[in-house]
Design a protein around this ligand. Structure first.
Ligand SMILES: [Zn+2]
Length: 431
């Protein structure tokens, strides 16, 4: 039988044959990459098991996050800002209270540096951009974020100032900083709650969408100490963590937790459904896309010079690592370090950003059954440190300061600047 051979084909035939082969190869490559993406999401990031000891739960008062919404965060593609050219030294010394668009202008200035990448990772309820500012070339990440709570508005300027300072040092060829930023990458959200920041500093009329809850209920809101977003949700109770939106039989629901939107002082509402708020989804995206390479996470608040360490539902290994970092931070700013005895679980008070990071670092996985991170057990989990990052809550000066000279004093004279620089050293030192 005569052998079929490509040489026997006409020229057109050969072109057609080769095109067909290339087409098939392209289809195979596309099919494989799609399949990998799907496998990655389902097998590694989502489980369909649940906690076995559900009898410890008294009441679940917030629904878990929908699995489809969680997948959307895992597959989210942020918008990279086009970077400028020719970095010029940025001068910012807390001269005035910054509008959010002043902070955005500073972020755009930073983006002119070669070692800076800026991404829009989400939008607030009032359609303000939420930014991820990344500085450095290293593989090991220091993750920082600030101003989740509206009236804690010292921290967006303070964190922005630190980013500017270390960038100026790098661009000025400071030997230590150049070496550090070749090995470490700082990944930062300068302001998680831009609507709250703007309203707190400049008034509720700065809201664009007057249909939002905070405008509709403005006559009842205590703006001096308000914490939530423009939709009336405390973002730091809206993360889908193991114990978010529920409380145990052995406790009563903590009195400061409200089960609906509230203007009462000293009470907060974490949402009817976990992960419902766009600002929370932006932070979840940030954490989920970087936690495996993160060596320290500091979530910055303002409740009076304290550092919180430790999570009672997590491993000793994790808690020891965290308290070590907190003590190290405290040597610079002399803030008081609170240990495990000041953290509770199962009182209705969980669902914070630091809970979310800490549980992921301990190997918890999102459960499609509970709509929360899960470790199979509430009480007897055998979690252990799977990744690297201690998750720390830093509380700088008290909230309700609108005076930027006070922020400046805290940054320079209460050890904050040195503490931030040392966090970069800490990440560099970690194995
Ligand atoms: Zn706070």
């Amino acid at each position: 039988m005569r052998k079929w051979h490509i040489k026997k084909l006409t020229k057109e035939g050969k072109i057609l044959f080769i095109s067909l082969i290339i087409f098939i190869l392209v289809i195979i490559v596309i099919f494989n990459s799609c399949e990998k993406e799907e496998t990655k999401v389902i097998e590694n990031d989502i489980v369909n098991t649940s906690e076995i000891d559900t009898d410890v739960i008294n009441t679940i008062f917030a629904d878990g996050m929908n699995t489809k919404d969680y997948k959307n965060i895992l597959n989210y593609i942020p918008t990279k800002l086009i970077s400028g050219v020719n970095y010029n030294k940025i001068n910012y010394e807390f001269e005035k209270t910054l509008h959010y668009n002043d902070i955005e202008a500073l972020i755009n200035e930073m983006n002119k540096s070669d070692i800076v990448n800026v991404y829009i990772i989400g939008k607030s309820h009032d359609n303000r951009n939420i930014y991820d500012v990344e500085i450095g070339k290293g593989d090991k990440i220091l993750m920082l974020d600030a101003n989740m709570h509206a009236a804690e508005s010292a921290n967006a300027p303070i964190l922005t100032k630190f980013l500017i300072d270390i960038l100026n040092d790098y661009e000025n060829n400071d030997n230590e900083v150049v070496e550090l930023l070749n090995k470490v990458k700082i990944v930062a959200i300068p302001c998680i709650n831009p609507d709250g920041y703007e309203i707190y500093n400049f008034g509720v009329d700065y809201l664009n969408n007057k249909k939002l809850w905070i405008y509709q209920d403005k006559d009842n809101v205590f703006f001096d100490h308000f914490k939530y977003n423009a939709n009336g949700v405390d973002l730091n109770r809206n993360f889908p963590t193991q114990n978010a939106g529920l409380y145990y039989n052995e406790y009563k629901l903590i009195s400061s937790v409200s089960l609906s939107k509230t203007t009462q002082r000293h009470t907060y509402f974490g949402g009817n459904t976990l992960g419902s708020e766009p600002e929370v989804r932006a932070v979840m995206y940030q954490i989920l896309s970087h936690y495996k390479d993160t060596y320290a996470y500091v979530n910055i608040h303002s409740q009076g010079r304290v550092i919180y360490s430790g999570k009672p539902n997590l491993s000793d290994e994790y808690n020891n690592l965290t308290i070590e970092l907190c003590n190290r931070m405290s040597t610079f700013n002399k803030y008081k370090v609170h240990g495990l005895d000041r953290e509770e679980i199962g009182e209705g008070n969980d669902g914070t950003a630091s809970d979310f990071m800490a549980e992921l670092v301990n190997g918890f996985i999102f459960s499609s059954k509970t709509g929360r991170l899960s470790s199979n057990s509430y009480k007897n989990n055998n979690s252990s440190l799977k990744y690297h990052a201690p998750a720390v809550v830093l509380e700088t000066m008290n909230d309700n300061y609108k005076d930027p000279s006070k922020y400046k004093d805290e940054y320079y004279n209460h050890g904050l600047k040195e503490m931030f620089y040392d966090l970069v050293r800490y990440v560099n030192e970690r194995e």
